[in-house]
Write a protein that binds this ligand. Structure first.
Ligand code: NAP
Length: 248
């Protein structure tokens, strides 16, 4: 059988490795945002498909038997495109969506709907901001920096951002991050507020614990709404689902 994984996450990397070992023919699709993506087993293709229609055509042309959407929980557009393309082509579709982080006692989360809103609430919360929401959507913080020169930004991302935010420092790094490291970083830079997406998973969770310990508020950007479809929460469940639905 032939599986198309929509990737861009650590889970997609692990899933591809597991599927290849079954063995199943795997193609992982990447949007092409990261300069040096993690090494992937199986075949890899890069770049957009051209909306749900382009994806549907690709699924038919490549004779894909199953699409597994293992994209980031905040990548809403591609997940909707996948759901529509699979419905229209009647190709089975599974979404690997790791659970959201849940707020617990001691967490000071300000939950917001978008990156834009996260930038709007920041001036009331602090002046030394740690941005961990990625390099793609920095424009709201750029605008904030222009109107609020008293705010200093620490920006952590995998690749250098295209936008240079005034009064900022960029750290290029890729998780997983340790609790000890996150604690130290928050102290070293005297961070008084963090911006995060509710990505879920373990790789970047240490900052949430460190913020709780140090009583630092987090502006938590909620996930976009996702299509209703068959879902699993981890790689093991995805493999079990595949074995149940497709005799290998
Ligand atoms: P998005 O808004 O959901 O998608 C925008 C467009 O990018 C899609 O319409 C599609 O273009 C293309 N695309 C996205 N993922 C693709 C994939 N795996 N393969 C081929 N094309 C893809 O996505 P995004 O938020 O820009 O994220 C882009 C990628 O980065 C995703 O694959 C995601 O897994 C990864 N990522 C995102 C975040 C995040 O916070 N959003 C964080 C970490 C990793 P066409 O319409 O032309 O097909």
């Amino acid at each position: 059988m032939k599986v198309l994984i929509l990737g861009g996450t650590g889970d997609a990397v692990k899933l591809a490795a597991k599927l290849v070992s079954i063995p199943v023919e795997v193609i992982t699709s990447l949007a092409g945002r990261t300069r040096k993506p993690l090494a992937l087993e199986g075949n890899v293709r890069t770049g957009g498909f051209g909306g749900s229609e382009g994806l549907a055509n690709y699924l038919k042309e490549l004779k894909i038997d199953l699409l597994i959407d293992a994209t980031h929980p905040c990548a809403g557009q591609i997940s909707w495109n996948a759901a529509i393309a699979c419905t229209n082509t009647k190709i089975p579709h599974l979404m690997l969506l790791r659970p959201e982080w849940q707020k617990v006692e001691g967490d000071r989360w300000i939950e917001v709907e978008s990156v834009e809103v996260s930038a709007q609430v920041l001036p009331k919360l602090g002046q030394r901001v740690f941005i961990t929401s990625g390099r793609q959507q920095l424009e709201p913080f750029f605008n904030l920096a222009l109107t609020n020169p008293e705010i200093w930004f620490l920006i952590r991302c995998i690749d250098p951002p295209d936008l240079e935010i005034p009064n900022s420092k960029v750290i290029l790094d890729r998780g997983a991050f340790s609790l000890e490291g996150e604690r130290q970083l928050l102290k070293d830079y005297q961070i008084d507020v963090i911006v995060s997406k509710n990505s879920g998973g373990d790789a970047t969770f240490a900052k949430i614990i460190a913020a709780r310990e140090l009583n630092i508020p987090i502006v938590m950007i909620k996930r976009p709404q996702m299509p209703v479809c068959e879902q699993v929460i981890n790689v093991e469940e995805a493999i079990a689902w595949l074995k149940l639905h497709f005799a290998t």
